[in-house]
Ligand binder design. Sequence first.
Ligand SMILES: C[S@@+](CC[C@H](N)C(=O)[O-])C[C@H]1O[C@@H](n2cnc3c(N)ncnc32)[C@H](O)[C@@H]1O
Length: 300
Amino acid sequence: MGTKISIPQGVMKPRKRNSVTKNSSKGDSIQQNLNINDTRTSTTSLDPSLLCFNNHFALKALFEKNTLPVINENIDFELSTTRVLDIGCGPGSWVMDMATEHSHTQFIGVDKLPLFPQDIRPANVTFKEADVLAGLPFEDNSFDLIQMRLFLVTFNRTQYIESLNEIYRLLKPGGFVQLVEPQLMDQGDDFIKEYTSKLKIIMEYNDYDSEVSDHLSILLDKTRFITKESLRKGVPLENHPLSKEFQYIVHSSVVSCKPFLMEVHGLQTDEEFEEMKTRYMESRKKTESVFTVAVGQKPF
Ligand SMILES: C[S@@+](CC[C@H](N)C(=O)[O-])C[C@H]1O[C@@H](n2cnc3c(N)ncnc32)[C@H](O)[C@@H]1O
């Protein structure tokens, strides 16, 4: 189910010949895929669903609301005909929080995987397993608001555009799309810079836009939307009321990518991974976590 990621020559640190992988639950399968000391391209698998860490309330606190002001000013959430969709909803936190705030509106969350709650949910919420790249099972012009959040490492450039085209089809004329993406942190000490530069090389090699958070308005424009509002906010990972929450998000994202990071950094054991993670978190605390929210409107 994971996304296949190719790691180009020169980025991946080779592992030592004949070394044994110990205490690593996923290390064995990586070891088998990896031709030791071979600097040719390698392929590994990254499961974006694992990145659905508990970030919803931290993002809501950072941006002060679940939606930017232009949405709140233009969508009537008191109407029972108002329909909202969250694509790649993961555990469904945004949908359920929105549905609790706006009990008259109908909310639908879709995800390729059934990560959302199966039984417990507000009465005005429906979840569906569906793949946005295969086309969603909803009529043209049928939603007032559609959100797609945190797809940086999920969709490559082509897939990002395909999903925006599908969002365009589904929105009513005058309807809104809200996109939320993180920035890859390349400020900081040499350790952070090397870590991020490797990630960027791998993403670009696989045609992922490592700077998608800077390009949201361009993507909206390319897919015929009019950008109505865009907001970028950062949280210092130390000495800020939200530092702990955002440190937790960064930590969870590193843990979620463990097999991938072990391959890239040539790590053999859980201990080596823990050491790298601790070093990364210590360096990362001196930096910020930055997110951008952009809102586009489908023309009338
Ligand atoms: C990084 S998570 C983001 C979850 C959620 N949007 C949030 O803000 O917490 C990406 C989600 O997109 C889902 N996903 C990946 N490809 C998809 C596709 N083609 N169609 C629908 N959902 C997809 C994954 O299963 C995962 O739940």
